[in-house]
Design a protein around this ligand. Structure first.
Ligand code: FES
Length: 176
């Protein structure tokens, strides 16, 4: 007697056709879920808050002649010389890294090694430019305000009554 060959696949608890249907459904649910999550994130995305560009500092008299004050929050250095007050951006003109005070009294860029003098002049590259001059002004309370988004000529100075008086005293002393 020849026994008929049995089809074991037909006797499995889950047939191949059912398994494929289940797998297809599961794949569709997974794809749909991932799409829904992605769409939800896209629709609820919020742009990062813009960084402020204006920073209120101390009143001018807090900075004695010859001062260089690094204002880390602002990414700027504020100076006072004989002519008045000025500020330099601490953003390297090469690829935009933040420069840091260096041991020689200037600034150094940690990214590719550009160096700058104490007042922000380029000492060596790869950057081709000095640190940008940025605007200083006085607010209603007489405090300095630095605006790192507002570029100014490096020779620009903010003159206050105190610096004007000092310049005229110096001029009178030179004549006398
Ligand atoms: S970003 Fe400063 S040297 Fe490249």
């Amino acid at each position: 007697m020849n026994a008929m060959p049995s089809n074991d696949l037909e006797n499995l608890p889950v047939r191949r056709r059912d398994f494929l249907a289940l797998a297809t459904r599961a794949l569709l649910w997974l794809t749909g879920g991932a799409t829904a999550v992605g769409l939800g994130r896209y629709l609820t995305y919020q742009l990062p808050a813009e960084r402020p560009t204006r920073f209120t500092l101390e009143p001018p008299q807090a900075y004695s002649p010859g001062t260089r004050a690094v204002v880390a929050d602002a990414g700027a250095a504020v100076y006072r010389d004989q002519s008045g007050y000025f500020a330099r951006s601490l953003t390297c003109g090469h690829l935009g890294c933040r420069v840091h005070p260096s041991d020689d009294g200037g600034f150094a860029c940690p990214c590719h090694g550009s160096q700058f003098s104490r007042d922000g002049a380029r000492v060596h590259g790869p950057t081709a430019q000095d640190l940008d001059g940025v605007a200083l002004s006085l607010d209603e309370q007489g405090r300095l305000v630095v605006d790192v988004a507002s570029k100014v000529d490096p020779t620009w100075r903010l003159r206050t009554d105190a610096t004007a008086a000092r310049r005229s005293q110096d001029a009178a002393a030179d004549k006398g």
